[in-house]
Structures are given as structure tokens and as C-alpha cells.
Unconditional design. Structure first.
Length: 447
């Protein structure tokens, strides 16, 4: 099987105020910053100074009840990323959009438009939506079940890729003398009919400078793994322990090759970073961030994520033994539960400890320390082939993004782990992916 030349990849999240959602309470923060474009522009430009591969924007198609205390992403990712495309030149633009509450045609058109506007720097993070409060915004009493969500997601991604490939080579003629703009024989309708979607097509745009946007799949469940193995260019996943991360990546590669892929997806675990010039300084910053958390609210969120009643959890007692034996069927996210259970000393941790351990992101790894310590973590996982890079989740985005760019990136460069300049114009090239990836060959043949 083929694989691109291995290279460390680094993305960063633009979540304002940071992955400690309560960081807005710290002195110096603008409580309304989440609604102001200048904060996103500043962070994206800073990430580009550090030659990071891409910025990443998560999303949910509903107002979360947590917004009573903690800000959430409020802008439509496509609108925000389009604005960022105009104030950056190189950095990739990854945005989240749900397969549960969108239609393939509109989504395919919007992401391919962003890819053209940005000169080939766009990527779609495909997710299924499990939040119960989102269903009512789309005429449903509750979200679809797990199997239905992933069956719909499978067909959704297939249709989007068909639409992105619906213009054949040489379709745009542009013959001014003969007055022929497009050869319609090379733009046939995709005429898709499936269990969830009927889409005539074709799309309104030809392929972009990179062929098509990246497809990113998020998740850690078995269903998410199978979906990623078939369709993803990049996988964003919560991973806590090195051994579990190596196992996940190995399973993903095996399943991708079994599905007929010639190139396996790249793996980018989330990594929460809280930096300081010394370990003591970093730990003091973490304590400051921890002190902004309302523990009662965090306990309720933990209970929802684990699929247990909050009354079963006590802040200063361990998690219920039944949960330690196996993930519960009622869990909101199986990947979240697996990430928690991967922590080796979980039986010794109180519920309070678990809340603080996972503060900043459900199930993601965390490094609190000096730039050298963060660089060591990144290098260790990369060299152990547990991942192909990381998606950084800054604890406080204003502070930790700047510290990472100014201090961690130079260390990685001195170790010959990270590039010194952008080498390619498009995001696909940067990730070592061809403009016409092999799984297009399994789509309908263009006329």
C-alpha cells in the first residue's frame, strides 16, 4: 500500500476564549469576545506566523444550555472561515458541519465555494449530532439513533464527494470565439437515489485548486472509526494514553486498507495545552483556569456524557464501579467514555479529579508544562506512530496559542520535526494527499 512521506502536522482550534470554556472569567478577557471577529482574525494570523497547517472551528447546530455560564461558538463556521480566508494566505481552514441536520447539496456547494475562495485551503469536519437539544430545531422530538445517524452520514459523505467530482476534466472550455463556456457532456448529473437522499446534481462549481476539500471525521466510537476508514483524509479523535492511541491508529489503517483505500487517513488527536515558562508557572495557570469552573455544572455535564444520573456521582468519591467495568449504553458519546476509561489510574480518581482532568475537552489528552514538555509529548507520540500530528486545544486561546507559536514550534524545528516555511499552496498537498485521491475511483464514472 502507498503512504505519503511522513511529516508532523499541527492544527489549532480557534475556540474563543479557549478550551477551558470558563476562561472568559479571567482578568483581561473580553466577556463578549466570542462574538467579535477580531479575536478569531488575531489567532488565525498568529497560527499562520507559526506555519501551523490549519485552524479548526467546531460547531453545534443549537444553543447549548451551558451557554448560561460558558460561551460557545456562535458564528456559522463557513461564514467565519470565509472571512478568515481573506486575511490569511497559507493556513488551512477546517470547519465542522453536521451530517444529521444538513443537506448534501448545500453543504457540498458551500465548502467547495470556500475552497475556491481560499485558493485550495478548505476542509470539512463531518460529524453526527447527538445533542438532544438540537433535534427540536429541525422538527424532531429527539436525535436519530446511533445506527441511523451513521448510516445517514455514510450516504451523506458519499453524495458530497460525488458532487465535488461532478465536473469532469476539461469541462470548462472558455472558447470565446465559438461561444462555448462549458462542455455539458462533461458535467453529467449524479442522479443519486438512496435511503436518505435523492440528489440530481451536478454541482455549480468545478473542482477547486486542490481538487476538493479535505474530509475530516471526528470521533472515537467503532462507528466513527469505520466511517473514517472509508472516507476520511484526516481523523480528529480524543486520545488519553499512548498505547490506546497506537491501537486506534493501527485499527484505522487496517480498516482503511480493507475498505480498498490505497492511502490511510492521517490521525490528529486533540491536545489541550496550558503553557508556562516553568512547570510551576504552568501549574499555577492551570489552577487559575480550574478555579473558574463551576463544579456543579461540570458534574451535570459529566453525568450526561457518561449516560448516568447526576445523583449517582459524588464529587469526592470515585466513579461508579459499574461504569469502570464497561461503557454504558446510555452514554452520549462512546468515544468520550472510552477516553475516560483509558486513564490507568481512574479507580483512584474522584469525580472532582475526573472533572479537572478532562477540563478543556471531553476525553482529550492534556499537557500542563513548559514548551519543552509539550514538545516532548508531541515528539514521543509522533515517533511512536500513535498519531501523525495534533490538533491543539489551547486552554486559554489568547495566551497558549502565542506561547506555542513562539516557544514550542522553534523547539520542534530544532529537532527537525517541523517545517520552517509553508512548502505547498494547497492543504491537500501539505498533508501529502493527491488532488485526485484514490477513493474517487470508486464513485460513478463521469461521462
Amino acid at each position: 500500500m502507498m503512504s505519503p512521506a511522513r511529516r508532523l502536522h499541527l492544527n489549532t482550534s480557534l475556540l474563543i476564549p479557549g478550551h477551558y470554556r470558563s476562561a472568559w472569567r479571567l482578568p483581561g478577557h473580553d466577556p463578549r469576545g466570542v462574538f467579535k471577529i477580531e479575536h478569531y482574525v488575531k489567532t488565525a494570523r498568529l497560527a499562520e506566523v507559526g506555519e501551523l497547517d490549519a485552524v479548526f472551528i467546531g460547531d453545534s447546530p443549537a444553543l447549548s444550555p451551558d451557554v448560561a455560564r460558558d460561551p460557545q461558538t456562535s458564528f456559522d463556521p463557513l461564514i467565519l472561515l470565509s472571512a478568515l480566508a481573506g486575511v490569511t494566505s497559507h493556513i488551512g481552514l477546517l470547519g465542522t458541519a453536521s451530517t444529521t441536520y444538513n443537506s448534501p447539496y448545500n453543504l457540498a456547494r458551500r465548502f467547495l465555494s470556500l475552497d475556491h475562495v481560499s485558493g485550495g485551503r478548505a476542509g470539512w469536519n463531518a460529524v453526527t449530532s447527538i445533542a438532544p437539544f438540537a433535534a427540536g430545531n429541525f422538527g424532531l422530538d429527539e436525535p436519530p439513533g446511533l445506527e441511523e445517524r451513521y448510516a445517514r452520514a455514510e450516504e451523506f459523505i458519499e453524495v458530497v464527494k460525488l458532487l465535488w467530482a461532478s465536473w469532469g476534466a476539461g469541462a470548462v472550455v472558455g472558447d470565446q470565439a465559438e461561444g462555448v463556456f462549458v462542455d455539458l457532456a462533461k458535467v453529467p448529473p449524479i442522479a443519486h437515489e438512496g435511503p436518505y437522499f435523492r440528489v440530481q446534481g451536478a454541482l455549480t462549481l468545478p473542482p477547486s485548486p486542490q481538487g476538493r476539500p479535505l474530509v475530516v471525521v471526528s470521533g472515537g466510537s467503532s462507528q466513527g472509526l469505520a466511517l473514517a476508514a472509508r472516507h476520511a483524509d484526516l481523523v480528529f479523535t480524543p486520545q488519553q494514553e499512548l498505547a490506546a492511541a497506537r491501537k486506534f491508529r493501527s485499527r484505522l489503517v487496517t480498516q482503511a486498507y480493507a475498505a480498498g483505500r490505497d492511502v490511510a487517513p492521517l490521525v490528529s488527536p486533540g491536545l489541550i495545552v496550558v503553557l508556562g515558562s516553568t512547570l510551576g508557572e504552568a501549574q499555577a495557570r492551570r489552577e487559575e483556569l480550574d478555579n473558574t469552573i463551576e463544579l456543579h455544572d461540570a458534574l451535570e455535564r459529566l453525568a450526561t456524557g457518561l449516560g448516568v444520573d447526576s445523583g449517582e456521582l459524588r464529587l469526592d468519591q470515585p466513579l461508579p464501579s459499574s461504569l469502570l467495568r464497561a461503557p454504558l449504553e446510555g452514554a452520549a458519546s462512546q468515544g468520550f467514555v472510552r477516553a475516560i476509561l483509558a486513564v490507568n489510574d481512574l479507580e483512584q480518581l474522584s469525580v472532582r479529579d475526573v472533572i479537572l482532568q478532562f477540563a478543556g475537552g471531553p476525553g482529550h489528552g492534556k499537557v500542563v508544562g513548559t514548551p519543552e514538555m509539550v514538545a516532548n509529548h508531541i515528539e514521543g507520540w509522533y515517533r511512536a506512530e500513535a498519531c501523525d500530528g495534533f490538533t491543539l486545544l489551547p486552554g486559554d486561546v489568547a495566551v497558549d496559542t502565542e506561547l506555542f507559536v513562539d516557544h514550542v514550534v522553534p523547539i520542534l524545528r530544532r529537532r527537525n520535526l517541523y517545517h520552517h516555511a509553508y512548502e505547498f499552496d494547497t492543504l491537500r498537498e501539505r498533508y501529502g494527499l493527491s488532488a485526485d485521491p484514490n477513493h474517487f475511483s470508486q464513485l460513478k464514472e463521469l461521462a
